[in-house]
Design a protein around this ligand. Sequence first.
Ligand code: CU
Length: 528
Amino acid sequence: MKFLVATASAVLFTLLKPHPASGATVPVTLDIINAVGAPDGFSRTMVTANGTYPGPLITANKGDTLVVTVNNKLTDDSMRMSTAMDFDGLFVDTANSFNEGSSFVTACPIAPNASYTYTIPLINDQTGTFWYHSQLSVQYVDGLRGALVVYDPEDPLADLYDVDDENTIWAVGDWWHNTSTSMLVTYVASGIVPVSDTGTFNGVGRFNGGPEVPFFVTNVVAGTRYRFRIINQSARNVFTMSVDSHNLTVIETDGTPTTPMTVNEIEMLAGQRYSVVLEANQPVDNYWINAPYTGGSPAVNLNQNATLARAILRYQGAPETDPTAPMSLGPAEAELNALVEANLRPLVAQAAPEPDINITLNLVVTAGRAQWNVNNVSYLPPSVPTLLKILDGADSASDFNVTENTFVLPANKTVQVIFPPSDDDEAHPFHLHGNNFWLVKSNTTDVVNTANPIRRDVAGVGAEGTIVRFSTNNPGPWFFHCHIFWHFQAGLATVMASGLDEIREQVHPTQAWDALCPAYDALPANLQ
Ligand SMILES: [Cu+2]
């Protein structure tokens, strides 16, 4: 269904909004193929969905069922040949936990020349901005990442914006010229996390000395309000978003409708998402969208120039040229009004329940090595997925390898996880699968807020300490890990496995799921 929208300048244009009926089945086909591309002008072989970086936008409506068929057509064994798909931030019910896509937690990877269909009912009226990426090793570094939006036909904040469509997605991400597999070898040998060459904005970017790849252009019409959905699809980098001369009003945080909060700069950790409303209320012109990033020392990689991570906001009627303003990193100090995570409030206030269980997680790196530890354990993926062990009768923590760092929890309880303050200068974006959490203490504040904390699924863990609470009322083995995938690969992960009896009662995997592990286990190493 198409709506005609009249803007203040009396320009008519069509606004693509999905049909409002919910409960539809949304079929999606992702062909995972190697493709040669040059997002920043440097040509390399990539792992892609349907040949593009980022992959195609997936859209659905509240209450729909996504049916995503992943056809593994990878042929280049200089990178991982198997694959797995995670749909970041979507709630997953217990019965469907086998379709959650986390390698060696809820499923085995998909072998080359094989297919798997992830059937994902969208539950709990969840809406918002999400993304998908490979959840096998650090494979998404090679390009396998894309945006996923669940629209709300009854969005309570719809009055605040006029346009929200496929042209209002801003996906930023870190980009490397080397393959993930070669960089993983270097990381293991050196203990130094690979420093990106480039920051990409909707799949294009520039590096020092590289070609002047045209910046991505977002077209706007004066007098119109846009809902931009910003996704940090990085495996490491922190992006700081701003638009010259424009404010950004946050209305969504990782899928949680948010009490509108107007700022002019937003720092985003890997995996985080925000929707912002931008009103095109400035003189017709070109404006910089600034997306500088941090992630390791630029001295380690001389290609890196964070100032070159940007795009152009172009008003209808402006010349097709770069903005004349200098490239800045964001608002000047005197005008800065940066988002403070601790100040975010959900549109629907909800107190965090009192915890039944407390867990303290201490994150420590093994000095000089590519090894991270949570409470002295460095996570290693098991050969038999956690879920399969549970279905086969695993009942307590001792039924899992120590290196699975699996916390066995009762169903229908509230779990509080305390991350004590650390002396890390790089915050770890901890991400919970299958759920979100109440962020009762953000790393940006000393204050504990249990009355109306924001609910999200990725939050920074660092110098100030972080406290989250989550419910185990949708039991499952849910990955809880750092979204800096280099750290994740180096062991910075746990599994929060709740309600093991409930899992056994409710989870009935398909034959297609049963076939994944035998097929993967039979592969020679270069095809895994
Ligand atoms: Cu980390």
